[in-house]
Design a protein around this ligand. Structure first.
Ligand SMILES: [Zn+2]
Length: 108
């Protein structure tokens, strides 16, 4: 009878390991600080995010906050802008946007 108890304990252990392995293969476990979660929920209630938004992807002339002024990293040559990088930051809210280029201009 002793060997049957050991065998059943081994089987239960193997099944438990399989369940845990399957759980971690299927799901990702994220750990949040409760203070951060409460802060994020409060920001959702207030309706105004205090963090800048990453809006990169579509070339933009105006930010979602209404500002049309941006910080853009440029390279100058002979007193003119020779090139500029596509990532830009809104002066008013700090959101990241994609700078427009002549190639993005649509012909209408
Ligand atoms: Zn903005």
């Amino acid at each position: 009878m002793k060997w049957l108890n050991r065998l059943s304990a081994i089987l239960v252990g193997l099944i438990g390991v399989g369940i845990v392995r399957d759980f971690f293969a299927r799901y990702e476990v994220l750990v949040f600080d409760k203070a951060d979660v409460d802060e994020a929920r409060q920001e959702q209630k207030d309706g105004e995010p205090s963090q800048p938004i990453d809006l990169r992807g579509t070339p933009s002339h105006v930010c979602v906050c209404g500002s049309n002024q941006f910080y853009v990293r440029t390279i100058f040559d002979n007193y003119e802008i020779a090139t500029y990088f596509l990532d830009m930051v809104c002066v008013a809210c700090g959101s990241l946007l994609t700078a427009p280029t002549p190639v993005d201009r649509t012909t209408e």
